[in-house]
Design a protein around this ligand. Sequence first.
Ligand SMILES: [Zn+2]
Ligand SMILES: [Zn+2]
Length: 142
Amino acid sequence: MNRENKRKMYEKGYYKTHPCAESFTCRVCGRPVVSVGAGSGHRNHCPNCLSSLHLDDEPGDRTADCGGVMDPVAVWVRKNREWAVIHRCRRCGTLHSNRVAADDNPMKLMSIAMKPLCEPPFPLERIEEMTALMGGNGCLNG
Ligand SMILES: [Zn+2]
Ligand SMILES: [Zn+2]
């Protein structure tokens, strides 16, 4: 790589406009992560355990100095029915939303999505009671 390219790589926002072809070893599960197979230019989390590192303030800008491990804490569905993962930084608590990649571990994604349903903050047997209380109008006080 010549010096001009190297300088460009470290400019703010480089990864916003250039595909990230870096490979790295996942700090959480130890899996070697390569950018091939992601289905998009950006590979910002491990396809196996879905963990990420807090390197960006905006996706791809590499301006965060934190460097903490970001755990996948939730999934949500975007307007176009595409799934995205919410990452939360262990060190500073920052939340980021990231598109899932083509080869992300589907079982891991499902288990994150199911987690709140498996650990509801109220007894599951009360759902029937609560539904009756709502009287079908969707309001607990009605
Ligand atoms: Zn991993
Ligand atoms: Zn952080």
